[in-house]
Write a protein that binds this ligand. Sequence first.
Ligand code: AMP
Length: 203
Amino acid sequence: MGCPGAGKGTQSARLKEVFNLKHISTGDVLRAEIASGSSLGQQIAGLINQGNLVPDELIISMLEKLVSTTQQGLIFDGFPRTVTQAQALDEMMMRLGRQINAVVMIDLPESEVVKRLSTRRLCKECSKPAATATQTVCECGGELYVRADDAPESIKHRLEVYRAQTLPVKDYYKNSGKYVEINGNQTPDEVFGDIKNVLEKIK
Ligand code: AMP
């Protein structure tokens, strides 16, 4: 978990390698649907570009398909984003005989979020952010682009949505014994080190 720009995607991509996990980014799944050009994708694009959340039922049924077809350990990135999603995840895990081992919240001050998102450029191929402001293509050779929902008005609205709909998820997990907060206002390596330490204790 974490607000927009906290580093969820960056950290998940690294953690999946170290812990051999399947990385499920709901944002990436939604962007793939948009790229397919389907009519559902067009509806999703409307919501995402405005900085709104996609309806819970759609996210939950999408997740159900991905989770029920694998036995591999999972890392969810950007899910759950509402209390309804968190409840549905608990129910899904129980039904599939699985469990949640850790809920990692990457914490970042809002001033830093705006700074990061308004300069962010991502790779079309591997989704990684550009490492420097002057870089013209990704290290993997992919084209860099600015996400439509990283426009200033969308960033502002995404933060409002985050406060109203996603922050309550923190309370949902806070007393579960699985919730950990990590300082996201550090270098990616430092954030990664902190998360890895926590997860290694659980393993
Ligand atoms: P992300 O790539 O995680 O920043 O997600 C980009 C956008 O996709 C979000 O701002 C939402 O519009 C949508 N989205 C991603 N995950 C979810 C989710 N779990 N529930 C609802 N909408 C989501």
